[in-house]
Design a protein around this ligand. Structure first.
Ligand SMILES: [Zn+2]
Ligand SMILES: [Zn+2]
Length: 808
């Protein structure tokens, strides 16, 4: 370097003595156009050498003028391509090699893989322009993609990321595609999934025999499968469409009959469907997206964005209609915009014959099963669901459902973190040894971690289904492959009946298995994603439906004073009997009756849940509660929301998870600003020696007040709003007590109940006004989809704990 400076000062001197450096770039740097970018940069700076993908990252050897080398080192991180995520740039001086020019070398599969695979990305603007340009050779090509967009995670079979190790391996490039692939000046230079009409995958449309669905579907004979599929959709058919991470079931969102049929065939109950709109303007009469939501909807990920419905959705002239059956009773609509060329074609390009402008897009599966990715399976498993299949011959290696995100307090709040986010790592504030966390049994997501990074899988599903368990195994193996993590330790929930836990037990292969308490894992996940280090305890408020408690009760309304090492149960909802588990989860009126009884209130015939309970069921339930037959004590906040939803007369039967709570939130949102007096939980110190929390929150006074409100003719919406306020104030009061007694000032809000943004925002506001620091989830979901992150941090930190003895 000294020589370079001296020479640089002499304007007429020959170029400085050349030097050579090896630069290693780590992060998401494969499959995002990094090598072409390096090629362009090196060439521009007059450097020779080469660049290659290795298991360790992109490695460039560059040789030339030392000042140019220094600029290269700065610009390689700062000017990286749009889909790249650069984590580190390291350089070392090496011996000169005197290359003739700058070359891109084939990838090397050496050493431990630490190169991060990019998530799938939505079609970029440049590709979209080609799709719609009749003069372009890829006009209307359903698989058009470039360096800056297209499938990645779902087609990668191994690393390093190269076409041969993707599901595009079976499509040899034609001469023209190969030229673009080899041309450093081209947008498709070394873009692995590129194809064209000549060499790419082919679409096919299959139609079911309407008279006999057991017969194999027949290929349609029309020249344009997309045009045929659009016609079928316009005629009210349900079409299974092969997407990036699996099949969707699709129908016209304006067509009541089609939507209702899809709901019935899918055994969907009233669970809302997501929509795909051709353009944002087509939903602006239905929802009111703000700037953050617009950015999410139109960005490179394009998740399903949950948006509050507009108050008066009367469609203006020319706006597409929406069937009431799409999201009955939901305060939100889940909306996404097209993210593959096929979606754009399906919704119609400018000038196409008119077709549906809003499509219902729901995962191609039966309720509870994983999304279908295999073509034969799609025909077999979706035979009773779909009238036709719009499919193609590019395999999907890994299932990946759509992500579901909303904006809350200006930050993203994940309901499901999957397509477009997996497998981007979540940075950890503490180092962990190589570990695998199995997650929970609902909304399963698993996680591997090493050092200061954790990789969460795509959404896998509910583990009570055999197909989901197989999907779990496949996702686990794939995640180890693409991350190179070789777990030395396993983590799972403490619930003895969880399939995820049993899977971990059966796969220890001599490795330690650490069981992590459910709500502790939720709180640790919130701490980790906010970068809290060791010895930074928090007041963890974990509210959800179900988690296995240390006393074998069903926990779910918990306030734990926690750090990564452990927790103390500071507060809990008072136990009430949960009669008959799943039956009561599906029938919230039973939970209301249990709470009424616990509060010493009669089951008077005028109360909505009493009226909703069949007369023959009532005495049986009374006896069950009295004698504690098949009853488990529960402190579940989710079940309390169910009970109040039923008591207010809003929802007595839950057709899908949390339906009663969602309906209660929707009602509260309709209550306006002035709610009058709120309700108040009783808070008392628990008798010692009970094995429970220090402080118990008793909802009995809340139930008494609601019964009074009902008898005074108070509207259900007001009751719902007052209840939300009561829970928010309860959290504040408990946190103030915890601050007085334990000196803690940071509060983590976690658990599926905090997907209720009305509650979460009100609670956070009260806490902040009281001087607390509030941690809400913004990288992983507050529900069980974020559990694995907490499990891995609790189980696998490398710091010595408990006086120097590491976690087993
Ligand atoms: Zn593109
Ligand atoms: Zn081609």
């Amino acid at each position: 370097m000294t020589t370079g400076q001296v020479d640089g000062a002499l304007a007429t001197a020959p170029a400085a003595a050349a030097a050579r450096r090896r630069i290693t770039v780590r992060g998401v740097v494969q499959g995002v156009g990094f090598r072409p970018f390096v090629h362009t940069l090196a060439t521009e700076l007059g450097l020779t050498g080469h660049v290659t993908n290795t298991g360790d990252g992109v490695v460039a050897e560059v040789e030339g003028d030392p000042a140019a080398l220094a600029r290269f080192g700065e610009r390689i991180g700062a000017e990286a391509p749009p889909l790249a995520v650069v984590e580190s740039v390291d350089g070392a001086d090496i011996a000169l090699a005197r290359d003739a020019g700058f070359r891109i070398l084939p990838s090397r599969a050496d050493g431990p893989s630490r190169t991060l695979v990019s998530p799938d990305a939505a079609t970029c603007a440049a590709c979209l322009a080609e799709l719609t340009d009749p003069a372009d050779r890829r006009h209307r090509h359903p698989f058009l993609t470039c360096t800056h967009c297209g499938p990645r995670f779902t087609i990668v079979t191994a690393v390093p990321y190269d076409r041969a190790l993707t599901t595009m391996a079976r499509f040899p490039m034609c001469a023209r595609c190969a030229r673009e692939y080899a041309d450093p000046a081209d947008r498709r230079f070394h873009a692995q999934p590129i194809a064209c009409h000549d060499c790419g995958p082919r679409l096919r449309l299959l139609t079911a025999d309407p008279d006999d669905r057991t017969r194999p579907p027949r290929p349609a004979t029309g020249p344009d499968p997309v045009a045929d599929a659009r016609r079928l959709l316009a005629d009210g058919a349900i079409v299974a469409v092969k997407g990036l991470g699996g099949y969707h079931l699709v129908c016209d969102a304006a067509d009541d009959t089609a939507v209702t049929t899809l709901r019935r065939r899918k055994s969907r109950g009233d669970k809302p469907f997501a929509l795909m709109a051709r353009q944002l303007a087509d939903v602006e009469h239905l929802v009111r997206p703000g700037d953050e939501e617009r950015a999410l909807l139109t960005g490179p990920v394009r998740p399903i964005v949950l948006l509050r419905r507009a108050p008066h959705p009367a469609p203006p002239p020319g706006a597409p209609a929406l069937s009431d059956a799409v999201a009955p009773g939901s305060p939100d609509l889940g909306v996404m915009l097209p993210y593959t060329p096929l979606h754009h074609l399906l919704l119609g390009l400018p000038g196409d014959p008119p077709g549906p402008r809003l499509l219902v897009m729901t995962s191609g599966n039966l309720a509870g099963e994983p999304i279908v990715t295999d073509d034969d399976e799609a025909v077999a498993r979706l035979a009773r669901l779909a009238d036709a299949w719009l499919t193609h011959d590019r395999p999907i290696h890994l299932p990946c459902d759509d992500s579901v995100v909303r904006i809350s307090d200006g930050e993203p709040l994940f309901v499901r973190r999957s397509r477009g986010y997996a497998p981007l790592p979540v940075p950890l504030p503490v180092a962990v040894r190589p570990a695998l966390a199995a997650g929970g049994d609902l909304k399963n997501v698993l996680c591997v971690a090493e050092g200061r990074r954790a990789w969460l899988s795509a959404h896998i599903g509910d583990m009570d289904d055999l197909a989901t368990q197989l999907a779990f195994e496949k996702a686990e193996a794939h995640l180890e492959t693409v991350t190179g993590v070789r777990p030395q330790l396993l983590a799972a929930d403490r619930h003895p009946g969880y399939r995820s836990g049993r899977w971990a037990e059966g796969h220890t292969a001599g490795r330690a298995l650490v069981r992590v308490q459910h709500h502790h894992a939720h709180i640790a996940a919130a701490m980790a994603e906010h970068g809290l280090g060791d010895r930074r305890p928090v007041i963890g408020v974990a509210f959800d439906g179900t988690g296995y408690g240390d006393d074998h009760a069903v926990w779910g309304g918990e306030i734990l004073l926690a750090d990564y090492d452990g927790y103390r149960r500071f507060g809990q909802l008072a136990y009430v009997p949960l009669p008959g588990g799943d039956t009561t989860v599906r029938r919230p009126y039973r939970m209301a009756l249990s709470h009424l009884r616990a509060a010493g209130l009669d089951w008077a015939a005028d109360l909505p849940p009493v009226a909703a309970c069949p007369p023959e069921e009532r005495p049986l339930l009374a006896r069950q509660l009295e004698r504690h037959l098949n009853c488990v004590p529960t402190s579940s906040m989710g079940r309390l929301f169910d009970a109040v939803s039923s008591l207010a007369g809003i929802c007595h039967h839950a057709g899908y998870e949390a339906q009663a709570a969602v309906a209660l939130e929707a009602a509260a949102l309709g209550a306006g600003e002035d709610h009058g007096p709120g309700y108040t939980f009783a808070l008392h110190d628990a008798p010692t020696g009970q094995g429970g929390a220090d402080t118990v929150a008793d909802p009995a006074p809340v139930f008494t007040a609601i019964v009074e409100d009902l008898r005074a003719g108070t509207a259900p919406a007001l009751i719902a709003a007052r209840f939300h306020t009561a829970v928010a104030h309860l959290v504040r009061r408990c946190c103030v007590l915890a601050r007085q007694r334990a000196g803690l000032t940071t509060v983590a809000l976690t658990g599926g109940v905090f997907a209720n943004t009305l509650l979460a925002e009100a609670t956070a506001r009260l806490l902040r006004e009281d001087g607390f620091t509030v941690l809400r989830h913004r990288r992983v979901p507050p529900n069980d989809g974020g559990l694995a992150l907490g499990q891995v941090v609790v189980a696998a930190r490398t710091v010595p704990v408990f006086g120097g003895v590491g976690v087993p």
